[in-house]
Design a protein. Structure first.
Lengths: 319, 86
């Protein structure tokens, strides 16, 4: 047997040279593996600092699709559809670009800028206001599912007090990683007195009981594109439509993300350990080897849980 | 592996802990901090299970304790790197 095969056997199978336990399963090897994963993450974090741009997760997410899905969910829950607001769309775009330029991922910026500033900056006087954020989702449906799974975001989506919505999808560098941000703003104009819900202070996720209406209607949302609002001399504003996000699909493409590479390395490590553990368990049982050590089945069960979690973990984040 | 059939009662609590953690992780998908807390709790449960199990079988040695800690730490690092990745 050549040296390579002996070395491989030493690491993967129980034998005399490794005290009848695969070297990979020794505590020192396991801790080294953990250290390797830590170093791998440190390298991933350090790459952008050294000027190397790592690929992130950019995706083609049309804002209109987010609005359509929001209204679909509202219809399913007996809540009236939201109408698209040019002002809220512009406010959402400003918020998204502010996050990228100031390099933060939060409702409130590090300099203390709150979400409501973007509402007032575009001239939207709100009675109610809300904000949902999402990042790194590959498609609109998965972002919507994540929001619906979170009680506070779900309340924003299904709240009967909101009449209008504005969504912006912005792509850029966040913390050195290419990122796609979805900013969804909800609001009701101050002049709108039709809301049946008492006035409450605005906050990113407002906890209120949605007001279901007896008749659920799904109003088709017209095609709406991200707009730039240019103040004029009077009080009127001119909306200049930008190039539709869908038509810029060539610029949006799915790239290798830190999430996928991290998951790939983690899954490979876990599967390797599981295979070695199973082989180790079979050989030790067949040879009736008695040794001091943990229970193989317990280790397999624990790593099985880790593998299951790796497989069900989702890429995107919501806030 | 034969321990599975001989000591099924002992393994059921461990399986229960791990299954509950997996379900908790899936259900609270919007709260990463809570998800991580679930994994840390499951890892501690796994270590405690190992200590009790080996203590009952009178084969609790330092190397066994270190082995459970090593696997738990590896699991925590894997999930931490996934949740709070670069």
């Amino acid at each position: 047997m050549n040296t390579a095969a002996i070395t491989l056997s030493h690491f993967l199978f129980p034998r005399h040279s490794n005290n009848h336990k695969a070297k990979l399963l020794h505590s020192s090897s396991l801790l080294l593996l953990a250290l390797f994963l830590v170093v791998y993450q440190i390298i991933l974090r350090a790459l952008p600092l050294s000027g190397v741009k790592i690929l992130g997760y950019a995706a083609n997410i049309p804002p209109t699709e987010i609005i359509n899905l929001t209204n679909q969910r509202r219809a399913e829950n007996g809540v009236t559809a939201l109408s698209t607001s040019a002002l809220l769309t512009e406010a959402a775009r400003l918020k998204g670009e502010h996050m990228l330029s100031q390099d933060y991922w939060a409702h409130t910026a590090p300099d203390g800028t709150e979400p409501w500033k973007f509402f007032t900056d575009v001239g939207y006087k709100y009675r109610y206001a809300g904000e949902n954020l999402a990042r790194d989702f590959s498609n609109p449906n998965s972002a919507m599912e994540a929001w619906m799974a979170s009680p506070s975001h779900r309340e924003n989506l299904l709240s009967g007090k909101y009449k209008e919505i504005g969504v912006a999808v912005v792509e850029g560098d966040l913390g050195g990683v290419d990122t796609t941000l979805i900013v969804s703003l909800f609001g009701t104009q101050f002049s709108d007195t039709t809301s049946q819900v008492p006035v409450v202070a605005a906050k990113p996720q407002i906890e209120i009981t949605p007001t279901p209406l007896a008749l659920a209607t799904l109003t088709p949302t017209p095609q709406f594109f991200a707009g730039v609002i240019t103040p004029t001399q009077g009080s009127e504003k001119i909306i200049i439509l930008e190039e539709p996000v869908q038509e810029r699909a060539g610029r949006f493409q799915t790239l290798i993300s830190p999430f996928e590479s991290t998951r790939g390395v983690a899954v490979a490590t876990t599967v390797l350990l599981l295979v070695v553990l199973v082989i180790d368990g079979i050989i030790v049982t067949r040879r009736n080897i008695t040794r001091i050590g943990g229970r193989t089945f317990a280790h397999i069960a624990f790593l099985g849980m880790i593998l299951a979690i790796l497989l069900i973990a989702k890429v995107g984040e919501i806030l | 592996m034969r321990d599975i059939t001989h000591h099924l009662r002992h393994y059921l609590p461990l399986i229960g802990i791990l299954v509950a953690a997996t379900i908790g992780f899936a259900v609270f998908s919007w709260d990463r901090v809570f998800q991580f807390a679930v994994i840390v709790a499951a890892s501690l449960g796994y270590i405690v299970w190992g200590l009790i199990h080996h203590h009952i079988h009178k084969d609790l040695h330092l190397s066994v304790v270190v082995e459970y800690f090593a696997i738990a730490i590896l699991g925590i690092v894997i999930i931490f790197s996934l949740l709070f990745r670069a």
